[in-house]
Structure formats: C-alpha cells, structure tokens
Design a protein around this ligand. Structure first.
Ligand code: PLP
Length: 404
C-alpha cells in the first residue's frame, strides 16, 4: 500500500486535523501490526502502547482471545436471534459469576455509551422519575442520552437542551446526594469510581459509600460506570461491588472484548432490569451480544484472571517510574495520580496534547484526557514486559526534558 494513502484518505474523507495528528505521531508512517504492548509501524519501527483508550488492557492480539474468536468464526460468527446461542450464554454465565449474587441480569451492547443508555432508561422507567445525578468531571459517552451525564461543556456546545434532567454533583461533597434527593424525583445516581477521561480522579470511598446509601434510601438506583476502570484495571473486577456500595448496575466496556472485539455489558439487579425481563424488545441492539464478541469476552475474562499477578507487577513498575520522573521533572510535572493500570500525569501546561504527540513520535503511545487537557493518561496493559515499561519511562524522560 502506498504509505501516503491513509493520510490522504483521512484528510479527504474523515478529518483533516486527525490526518495531521496521525502523520506526526507516526512520523509519516502508520500502524501495521501489534502484539502485547508493542505496535509495529509500516516503516519497521516499534512503539510501546500504553494508550488505546483502555481497549488493549490484555495487550494487542491476546492469544487466548484471538483463538476463541477464530474458533467462533469457523463455526457461527453471527446469531440468528431466533435460537439460543451458547457463545452468548457462556459469556453471560461467566460475567455474572464475577459480579456477586445480586447483579444477576445482563444486557449486552457494543460500546460504553450504549450500556449507559440502557441503564439510565431502565432507572427512569422503573422509578417513574425524571432526574439523574452525575458527577462534575464525569465522562459517560457522547450519544445524546449519555452526553447529558458527561460533564464537559465542550461536548454540550450547540446541543442544548440535552436529554434528561441531570445535576452534576461536586465530588468532594458527601451531602450532595442527600440534598438532591430531598428535592425529589431522582431516578438514579450515575458515577465512575475513578473518573478516567476527567483526569484520573478517584471518588473518595467514604463519599461514594454515603452517596450510594443516600440514593438507595430514597429508592433511586445506583449505577457504577466501570467502562474504563472495571475488569481489574484498577485491581477489582468491579470497584463498587468490592467496596460494598451495593450498586444496582455495573457497566463494563472497552477491554471487555479482550482488545479484539467491541462489546459492552450492563450487569444489573432484577429490580432495575424488570422492564427488560418482561419485554426484551423494549431496548435492543442488533449487534449487541454478537457471538464473536461474546467468544472474545469469555476468553478475555479468563485471561484477565490469569494475568492478575502480572498486572500488579506492571502497576508497581509504572508507578515507580512515574514517581521518579515527577521528581526529576518537578518544573513540568505537577502531579502523578493513579492506581493499578490507570495513571494520570498532570503537566504544568494548559494542554498536554503537544507533549502527547511528541511521545508518540518518540515511541510511546498514551491517551489524552478528553475533559482534562493538562493530563497525560497512561493505560499500560496487564501483559507489558519489564523492557516495555523501561522504554516507556525512558521516552517520557526524554520528551519531558525536551519539552522544558
Ligand atoms: C467511564 C466511561 N463511560 C462510558 C464511556 C463511553 O464509552 P464508548 O466510547 O465505548 O461509548 C467511556 C469512554 O471513554 C468511559 O470512560
């Protein structure tokens, strides 16, 4: 393929800005293959991938997931939707087994936003109420319903009034939910245990516990959006379940398809799920619960369990490297925050985007934080090698030194 082709096509038919960014990031080359935390470019160079917006938690081309998808592809890649499909039911069984006895109902979608949509629709329908509580700095996706819960004003521009009546709560205020439920009409509290796109900011566990209890005392539902931080990225399979916040729904996405297939899931209590148990046609998606995606996800769950120990080692290695960098580059690095396989590095700059582009060109892919421009987000895979971690930290060191 002519190496100029992807940029020309992106410029002409997709986005000129993205074409420029991709060209700079790949130094004129483009991605061609990948395995684990390493991506090879068409010009033969290799870069470390600690980004991919969280999809590649198991690294690229996780062998167990690729095998499972290949086997499903050879037998029955799509579902009739008229007959039971064991690839789907096996995944549902494996997923619910990991979520505790109360979260025993599952809806399957294709991306994070559609899991947010179904959970909030159910909460409104079951309670007969119209108000939703979310958190300042929250990110829940960009479809019209999910967008109302996403806080960043730049994504709301030109679209008001948005769907739903959403109040965004200050994350440090333990009384915020009690105050809002006193006003009435709250259908659900929707929160991320750690705001990822918002800059890697955890919700204080005592605040989250109090909010969840106050919402449930008012018979409002508690929805934990773990699209980015669940599935052991931050240690626990579900943070809300592990901390005893008794969520009525937990949402998963991104890494759920093992970095091979897109899939999302809402795991819910029978009380929240009731309209769908009665009439599954009430909220459907043609490709949701696709057998190829379910085969990938079943294998991904097993692989995530398998790599738990390595994930702790990767986390420790990345954390140690970032802590050293924050000392060496105190003039540029304001703060390093994170846990597990999710880290945020705040630069003392209005935006980290220039540095992120330099990092890519120098051999390290990371993700920006869409709602927190000064933050560099690192999402290292569970399978990163010590050598890949060392290279990642070296590239950061070089680029931060040059950025001064
Ligand atoms: C917490 C959270 N919820 C929902 C979404 C939306 O997911 P998607 O982009 O797959 O629709 C994201 C995406 O970053 C997310 O981080």
């Amino acid at each position: 393929m002519n190496p100029a082709t992807p940029f020309k096509t992106i410029r002409r038919h997709m986005s000129p800005g993205v074409a420029t960014v991709y060209r700079a990031a790949g130094r004129g080359s483009h991605e061609s293959e990948a395995a684990g935390a390493t991506v090879r470019l068409a010009d033969g160079r290799e870069v470390v991938d600690f980004g991919s917006y969280g999809m590649a938690q198991l690294g690229h081309r996780c062998p167990r997931v690729v095998e499972a998808v290949a086997a499903q592809l050879r037998t029955m890649p799509t579902a009739t939707r008229a007959l039971a499909n064991p690839a789907v039911t096996e995944f549902v069984r494996e997923l619910t087994r990991r979520c505790g006895p109360d979260l025993n109902r599952v809806w399957l979608g294709s991306d994070g936003a559609d899991a947010v949509e179904v959970a909030t629709k159910l909460a409104i329908r079951v309670t007969g109420r119209t108000r939703l509580l979310a958190v300042r700095g929250a990110f829940h996706g960009k479809t019209l319903g999910a967008l109302a819960l996403t806080h960043a004003p730049m994504f709301h521009e030109g679209l008001q009034p948005l769907l739903g009546h959403v109040t965004h709560l200050p994350p440090e205020d333990p009384d915020a939910v009690a105050r809002e439920v006193a006003e009435g009409d709250i259908a659900a509290l929707v929160f991320e245990p750690i705001r990822g796109e918002g800059g890697v900011h955890p919700l204080a566990p005592d605040v989250a516990a109090r909010w969840a209890a106050d919402a449930q005392a008012a018979h409002a539902f508690v929805i934990s959006d773990e699209v980015q931080v669940g599935l052991r990225r931050c240690g626990e399979f579900s943070i809300a379940v592990a901390r005893g916040w008794n969520p009525d729904a937990v949402l998963f996405g991104k890494a759920l398809g093992g970095g091979v297939m897109p899939i999302s899931a809402m795991v819910a209590t029978s009380a929240l799920f009731q309209p769908l148990a009665q009439d599954p046609s009430w909220h459907t998606s043609t490709a949701g619960g696709h057998p190829l995606a379910c085969a990938a996800a079943t294998a991904a769950l097993a692989a995530i369990d398998e790599h738990e120990e390595r994930a702790r080692e990767v986390s420790a290695g990345v954390q140690a490297g970032l802590r050293t960098l924050s000392k060496t580059h105190q003039d540029l690095v304001a703060e390093v925050r994170g846990t597990g396989l999710l880290w945020g590095v705040d630069l003392r700059l209005p935006s980290a985007h220039g540095v992120i582009a330099e990092l890519a060109a120098a051999g390290l892919l990371v993700s920006p934080c869409l709602s927190s421009p000064p933050t560099i987000r690192l999402l290292p895979p569970m399978v990163a090698t010590d050598d890949e971690i060392t290279r990642a930290i070296e590239v950061l060191d070089t680029v931060l030194t040059e950025a001064k």
